[in-house]
Ligand binder design. Sequence first.
Ligand code: FE2
Length: 465
Amino acid sequence: MLILGLNMFHADASAAIVQDGEVVFAIAEERLNRHKHYGGFPSLAVKACLDSVGAKVTDIDHVAIGQDSDANLAKKVQYALSNPTKILNFIRLRQRKEATRNVRSLLANALDVDPRLLRFQEHHVEHHIAHVASAYYCSPWEEAAGFSYDGSGDFVSTMMARCEGTDIEILDRIFLPHSLGSFYTMICEFIGYKKYGDEGKVMGLAPYGKHTYCGQIGEIIGLKNGSFQLDLDYFKPLGSNQGVQIQPDGTVILARHFSERMAKLFGEPREPHTKITQREMDLAFGMQHHFEEVFFHLLNELYKKVPLENLAMAGGCALNSVANGKLFSRTSFRHTWIQPAAGDEGLAIGAALHTYHAVLKQPRRYVMKNPYLGPEFSESRIETDLKKANLQYRRFERDPLVEAVAEQIAAGNVVGWFQGRMEWGPRALGNRSIGAHPGLPNMKDTLNARIKHREWFRPFAPSIM
Ligand SMILES: [Fe+2]
């Protein structure tokens, strides 16, 4: 049985293919079209998925999409009715969703086949159910607490679940506008990081800050009855898309999240590319501090409902590795399984696995043992491409290669390391990585000047390969 999982017309569009319950290939469209966080239809990713199993789109039995615009509809309508600008936004979004909903014709167009030949059944899986599924169904566990949190998806920012066997039982949802992801995004924008996906950068700024604004930031977000709430005065009125828009070319645009009240409390917002001052560091510190307070509060509430040691987690906020590192000291969970593609590209896997287990009632047999689910290239293909590009190369066997690379790194050179299948998710984990000597002074500056062009405060991860 072939299930094609999709995240489409949403940031980090992606596709995954599940064959008889096993994820055999998964990739974000941005890796193929080089358009960061691409939010259109993942045509190239779908083609790559089909190629990986030697199938045609007409062979697909099920297509699972990690979005269900009918989910939580009553909550959406209730929110939209609260003021006229939100109603317009709500109608516009519904129209856009309707227009982009015809998966059959989208796939037929992308693959140039007659839509009448497509025989798949279509499934829509609610955003956060797909996130939880992307973690739990990839874990080795027969039972776990499930947790997902991000900016928003299908009008929800946070989901808690009990996962057992092939079932995911939803225990709680936190609806918009209350969102830990939006809280983080809003302060990131205020301190000059306005692009979709910039949150990860600001996480690296937090340790340079002090407690200065922790009190004031505590006014913006607070704990409430086992949950949390935002003081909406600090935010621009949020639409039902939480201020994220997808342009016709697939570019993801973030609308301004912060209101004038932020400037009253903290002074004028920082313009991008101007100097970062102690104020921005202290704001980043306060933001990370309160993010963690709420995160651990929610997890401890989840533990009360599902007192198991296993925690399966996904959602864009689950990429906050600083918070994740404190999980065992701040909660009673003792084992985690965090989806490597915790952001929205992971929805493709989650929707497909949820369809296989929860909808089609198929037993579990798959465990994701590593994140290497992307394409790989044969040596002959690599050699042909090197020749085509007129690049100088030398061929090594494995052991002399490792020795030569180690020598280069020891001599202070920077090495590009390309092997096997591409990583699934945003982290470079040894198959498409840059190697350099962490012990040499100025190596971080060298890497930034030559390749990464990152801000001075962003860390590099040391690893042993
Ligand atoms: Fe998400």
